[in-house]
Design a protein. Structure first.
Length: 124
């Protein structure tokens, strides 16, 4: 019921000939619901399609436009083929980001002065 209401909200916000539920992508922490808005606009054979997404954990199922990868088609296809991890249901996490990548960057952000105090043996 809430998903239907989210789709109705999307229909009222988007100027398209049709807005349809495209499908569900199961994630580890949350599921993605995908909608597609189709505009024929004198292009019946090859209509313009815009995809939208929301998470199953979003309370109001408000759809957002799906961003592109910003890559040419051949590079985009090889990038997607190289992704071997599960969808987590965390849209802020990059597809190719591994668990250890974020942890490696965090210690480098600490200022060197704090590290010197710890090495001097000040009781910590």
């Amino acid at each position: 019921m809430q998903l239907e209401m989210g789709l109705c909200q999307l229909r009222s916000q988007v100027q398209a000939d049709e807005v349809m539920f495209w499908g569900k992508i199961s994630g580890v922490n949350a599921d993605y619901y995908i909608a597609v808005a189709v505009t024929f606009n004198n292009m019946y054979e090859f209509p313009n399609k815009t995809f939208y997404w929301t998470l199953s954990s979003t309370p109001d199922y408000k759809f957002k436009e799906m961003p592109g990868l910003g890559l040419p088609t051949a590079e985009q296809d090889s990038f997607i083929d190289a992704c071997t991890s599960y969808f987590l249901g965390e849209p802020n996490k990059l597809l190719n980001q591994k668990e250890g990548d974020a942890e490696v960057e965090e210690p480098a952000e600490e200022p060197p002065a704090e590290e010197e105090e710890n090495e001097d043996g000040d009781g910590r």
